[in-house]
Design a protein around this ligand. Structure first.
Ligand code: HEM
Length: 398
């Protein structure tokens, strides 16, 4: 306990060091009144045992639900039958071809009409901007940012206010969606909410408004903050490693007709989604800390273990195999997207989104991170930065 208090400002590094010293597993005893005992582990064999082979014996449990009560009965917060039914629906919808088409269209519009104009404005005005903030704004509505701020710093009054705003927006949205589904008599949903509403009978889930609200919020928490946080660390790392930046540019250039290179270019999502080098750079070092009450499969620490992954090394090449493809590692060894039956449902989606954003930014702009604002992790469930990613931006091609 004293160790924890002394190291709270560098908790991720401290956990990693401790886990390395203690061969990957230790038991954390809270003070007697807290009745808290936690097992922290980054040992792949334990992770596999807990998250995969004996998954049924390690539900997230009621304590987890209490901590994340705002997520209600959504997928992230539920266990057993309720979780399984939701996972089946969400999985079906995410794999649906129509959703895929919709996703590519939306990503392109978000990059071209949302992100790029903001970046252009910052360039023209010579502004210092917080890139983390920009990424967050372009993947979620403003009302949600208020809620996320609470998730980071925990202030009851702020939370209640943010919650009321969000509640209102989501309620209106659900009402519109129900009307739409009735009018169009959808057989097959292409968005998650439609899928839940239309499959209510066959799935056996009780899809009342409260449940649908939980579902929307769960998807926002699961998919949006994680992606914007991964993007933030990605751009920061690239800005620190000019060789990697160069390699990314070269790989992107291979997709452009020779006479059109060395000038502004916005890539189609289809052009970048299968690029190998850029994928290996996007392999996130645990942008989400997975936590259960009695067990803490330490995703962040595990993906940082120096012995295992040469942490600190900046070579994305270590993820490329001899055939020039991506080298795959078992997810229980590198669980930044989780592992086992609860492995992230949005992994592919996150990679596509990230590549679309990275290609637009890295190819067209230079990012000058402000030295006086250190980029360090915050203490939060999702690995946000403490001070943001403060940077000036200039265009790469004149
Ligand atoms: C870089 C981005 C992302 C990272 C690092 C990430 C990471 C994770 C991790 C570690 C888990 C496991 C959580 C647990 O065991 O409790 C998870 C679960 C989940 N993720 Fe992601 N995620 C990302 C993006 C996305 C996106 C874009 C979506 C799309 C909606 C998404 C949807 C989900 C869902 C629905 C779950 C719950 C799965 C279940 O409990 O069965 N994630 N994610």
């Amino acid at each position: 306990m004293p160790g924890l208090l002394l190291n709270v400002h560098r908790i991720h590094v401290w956990c990693t060091e401790l886990l390395e010293r203690l061969n990957g597993t230790f038991v954390f005893e809270g003070p007697w009144f807290s009745k808290m005992t936690m097992v922290l582990t980054s040992d792949p064999a334990n992770i596999r045992y807990i998250m995969s082979s004996n998954f049924k014996n390690f539900p997230k449990g009621p304590e987890f639900k209490k901590i994340f009560d705002i997520l209600g009965d959504g997928i992230f917060n539920s266990d057993m039958d309720l979780w399984e039914k939701q996972r089946t629906i969400a999985q079906g919808f995410i794999k649906h071809q129509l959703f895929h088409t919709y996703l590519l269209r939306t990503i392109r519009a978000k990059v071209e009409e949302g992100l790029v104009p903001v970046i252009e404005h910052a360039v023209e005005q010579g502004l210092v901007v917080n890139l983390e903030d920009i990424f967050q704004r372009h993947v979620r509505p403003a009302s949600f940012i208020k809620l996320q701020k609470w998730l980071n710093i925990g202030q009851e009054r702020k939370y209640n206010k943010a919650w009321a705003v969000l509640d209102d927006i989501i309620a209106t949205y659900i009402c519109q969606k129900r009307k739409q589904v009735n009018e169009l008599n959808h057989e097959d949903g292409v968005d998650l909410l439609t899928s839940y509403i239309t499959e209510e009978k066959s799935s056996g889930l009780k899809c009342d408004d409260k449940f649908l609200k939980d579902t929307i919020l769960n998807m926002m928490v699961a998919g949006r903050d994680t992606t914007s946080s991964a993007l933030t660390w990605f751009i920061w790392l690239v800005s620190m490693h000019p060789m990697v930046e160069n390699n990314i540019i070269q790989e992107l250039e291979s997709k452009i007709p020779a006479e059109k290179t060395k000038r502004r270019w916005l890539f189609k999502v289809e052009e970048v989604k299968d690029l190998v080098y850029i994928s290996t750079c996007s392999i996130v070092r645990g942008s989400k800390v997975v936590s259960t009450c009695s067990f803490q499969p330490q995703g962040t620490s595990q993906t940082r273990l120096a012995s295992e992954w040469a942490y600190g090394s900046s070579e994305p090449e270590r993820w490329i195999n001899e055939r020039g493809g991506i080298k795959h590692e078992p997810s229980y060894k590198f669980p930044c997207f989780g592992t086992g039956p609860r492995i992230c449902l949005g992994k592919e989606m996150a990679f596509v989104q990230m590549k679309a954003v990275v290609s637009a930014i890295v190819y067209n702009y230079r990012i000058h991170v402000l030295e006086e604002t250190p980029v360090v992790p915050a203490i939060s469930v999702i690995l946000h930065t403490k001070n943001g990613l403060m940077a000036k931006i200039s265009t790469r091609w004149d």
